[in-house]
Write a protein of this length. Structure first.
Length: 259
């Protein structure tokens, strides 16, 4: 793929899952990658994995930060605003998911999702400012099918509200930033096998639990992190230079219909 910009690709939430798979693809395309992650051990491991597959002179580094801490968010903002750091690509991949009945949601449950959206908004704003100063760039947000359609088996009202908000933010950013040469898009996955499910399912049982969702998708299987990364990388590349404000369903056909 072609990437006309030569600046940094910042992957927020890139130490596992879809973010990590995307970081690898971008590094393989000879882009410098900075991975933001909370767990220091996972972050170090991710940086090593991505650097191992990087092409050419691509450099990979990590930035440890907890997006729920204002000081850590500011640390990332300060990094973005450093004159020597040209950010031309941003992937907002940080996520949290823990299904719970609507009437059982607490204020703290709600805040987990909305505070993450607040951090995403703040970091995207800082990156947009950097991109305006450096000739443009491309942004991809990871939304969710749950932001478009409710699934009774996985009650997730606050999560879905947050993802629907991220979809809306994608479109507004695309409109406002187009004149500055910045494209903003989102992907909307259905069930994808990533570590996000380990927050409420025993890691030893995740594979079996997700297999139950195979037939939920018309294609007949749940997605992989690689499936989503393929599209994110495509949206960041010059091959999609006439695409902005789009929210692409990468969902095995779920939004088209269910078996």
């Amino acid at each position: 793929m072609n990437f006309k910009h030569t600046g940094i690709a910042l992957i927020v939430g890139g130490s596992s899952g879809m973010g990590l798979a995307t970081a690898k693809q971008l590094a393989m395309n000879n882009l410098d990658v900075v991975i933001v992650g909370n767990n220091a051990e996972k972050l170090d491991r991710a940086v090593s994995e991505v650097q191992a597959v990087a092409s050419g002179s691509a450099h990979v580094s990590g930035l440890q930060a907890n997006l729920y801490k204002a000081a850590d968010v500011q640390k990332i903002v300060d990094f973005i605003h450093q004159p020597s750091n040209q950010i031309n690509y941003l992937v907002n991949a940080a996520g949290y998911f823990n299904p719970k009945a609507f009437v059982e949601h607490t204020a703290s449950d709600y805040d987990i999702y909305m505070d993450l959206n607040k951090a995403t908004f703040t970091l995207s704003q800082a990156v947009a400012t950097n991109m305006i100063q450096n000739g443009g760039g491309n942004i991809v947000n990871i939304g969710s099918m749950w932001g478009k359609q409710a699934i009774k088996a996985t009650p997730s009202s606050a999560y879905s509200m947050a993802k629907a908000g991220l979809h809306a933010l994608t479109q507004h950013m695309a409109m406002e930033l187009a004149d500055s040469g910045i494209r903003v898009n989102a992907v909307s996955p259905a069930v994808v096998k990533t570590p996000i499910y380990e927050s409420f399912i025993d890691p030893k049982e995740v594979d079996e639990a997700l297999e139950g969702f195979n037939t939920f998708h018309p294609i007949g299987r749940v997605g992989t992190a690689q499936d989503i990364a393929n599209t994110i990388t495509f949206l960041l590349s010059d091959e999609t230079s006439w695409v902005t404000g789009a929210i692409w369903d990468i969902d095995g056909g779920v939004m088209a219909g269910r078996n």
